[in-house]
Structure formats: structure tokens, C-alpha cells
Design a protein around this ligand. Sequence first.
Ligand code: AHM
Ligand code: MG
Length: 338
Amino acid sequence: MKRITLTQFLIENQRKAHVTADLRLLIEVVARAVKAISCNVAKGALAGVLGEAGSDNVQGEAQKKLDVIANEILLQANEWGGHLAAMASEEEEGIWKIPSDYPKGGYLLLFDPLDGSSNIDVNISVGTIFSVLRCPRNTVEPNEASFLQPGTAQVAAGYALYGPSTLLILSVGNGVHGFTLDREMGSFVYTHPDLEVPEQTSEYAINSSNARYWEPPVQRYVGELQRGAAGPRGKDYNMRWVASMVADVHRILTRGGVFMYPMDEKNREKGGKLRLMYEANPMAMLVEQAGGAASTGRSRILDVQPERLHQRIPVILGSRSEVEAVERCYREAREGGG
Ligand code: AHM
Ligand code: MG
């Protein structure tokens, strides 16, 4: 069988004008960084990369060594190529400016360098999530405001999943495409063309230890799923929760389902648990590009106008019919019917 590498895939997309030369370079550089992160994740204790870094990030969360390593790999790989105007990371309080000795380009790159950090030390899949925006025209020196664009403005989004195999899942706005890292060859091979979220599903993902903190529409929706064949949904549902969003979303892209980290009383003041600009938006773009839907429960995630770089947001995404069922619960609660 003819193998298509990520490089060939991107060059063909450039010929069809789906990506610019700079966006192609950007994605290739991210993919190279992902290979380096994958090596570190795979070595684990052998490379001394497990455990706490002994520091907190801007969100007040304790950083793991691998959070710090993955962040540095992505920043260093991307700062010199001339394709970026600036970067932003979950692990950096402010935006990351391109050092003055390197040329600047027209794109902004945002990332969660290592998503699912709580799973690192227990050898469960983790990932990297990234989002690409255009730097607003005529920007001399990008600042935080340059990044505050809705998810609909993303020109590319993707994630890497460091699981039994390392995958790179990508959208440049024409569907969702997946690549598997061939470790011997050191290249990403096109293995998952045109991923689509299956419409019919009987799987849901939510951390149900938070059930007492959920809003009533989510309590109602999950309650209906849990009543199974005897309840209003008329069928039995299965539940999965990896606690790595990348792994949960990848399962949904592969075999359908709905993922929820909804608004809850524990996270209300912060606006939710997951971050809008480098977790929710890229995942929402991928899921929509794969035919699914992504909502806060009240509105489409990709339409939300960000107000802060590290803003948080409720996330409900996956098979369209289930996301719509959650939105219906919210609507009926507003209208006094549920
Ligand atoms: P992180 O970016 O600090 O790793 O946090 C995000 C993760 C998601 O991957 C996952 O869905 C969620 O947090 C799990 O949260 P919880 O531990 O509350 O179940
Ligand atoms: Mg993270």
C-alpha cells in the first residue's frame, strides 16, 4: 500500500490552496515537536520525566515535569522558523513573543502542551492540543488582544495523542485527518482520512463525581441516559471517562459519543474547567469538521468571543444528536419546562 506522509499530505493541500507555505511549515514544526514530546512521554521513568516540577502555572495548578518539558519543546521548536507572530500556552501567563533575532510571520499559535496531566504518572494516555489563528492585519507588536478571536477564526486545529501509538489529528478546514507516528521511520503516516463522528451513539463521558455540582439541565440529561432502555431515551448507554480530553475526544471521533465538562458550582467563578482558546476551540473545530457539534449548553463554542487568554468555558461536544439533546434540556429549563 502506498504510504502518504504528513509532508506529502501538506504539500498536496498547499497545491490545492488549502494551506499556505507558512501554515504548512507551522504544522510540520508542531509535528516535529510532537515527536520530541512523544519520545519523552514514552521514556517515562527511564528519562526521569515523571513527577512534579515543583512549580505552579498561571491557573494555580501544580505543574508536572512533563508539562514543563512539553511546553519548552513547543516554544523552542516554533520560535525561529519565521512563520509565527507570537504564541500562547496553558503554561505561560502572558503571550510568548518571538525573540527579536528571528523573523516574524503572520500566524498565532496557541497550545495546551500536555493535556491530561493527572494521567502522566499512572501511564495513561495524554496529549497536546493546538490552535492556529491569523495575527490581525497591520499588527506591529502582537499582544494578548491579538489572540482574542472566536473559534470560527481558527485556520487550523489539532491534537496529538500519546497512547499505545502516537497520533496527530488535524484540520485545516477541509475535514479531519489523522496520522500515525512510524517510530522507526520518524515520520507521520496518513492513516485516518476524513474522520467523521458517528451520528448514532450510546456512549457518554463525564466526571460523575461532580454530579451534585452540575446545573439541573445536565443532571436531567445524564439522569435520562442512566435510566437506559426503560427511560425516555429508550436504550442503554455506556460511560467512559479517561480524564484526558484528548483521549476522550479521540474515542468520540472514532466511534461516537458525547463528552461533557459542563458548568458546575465548583468551577462557576472560573467560568468552567476547560480553557476556551487552547482546549475547547480546537476540539470544537475538529468535532464540527467531523460532522459533530460543540456547545456550552447555551450556545455554540466556536461563536464565543474570548475576553481573556486563559478564559474557561463549559464544554459539551460530540455526536450532533446528543449535543442537541443537552441543549434541549437547557432550553426547556429556561422556558420552565424541565
Ligand atoms: P489539564 O490541561 O490540566 O490536564 O486539565 C484538563 C483535563 C482534561 O484533559 C480532562 O478532560 C479534565 O481535565 C479532567 O478533569 P477531572 O480530573 O476533573 O476529571
Ligand atoms: Mg494541560
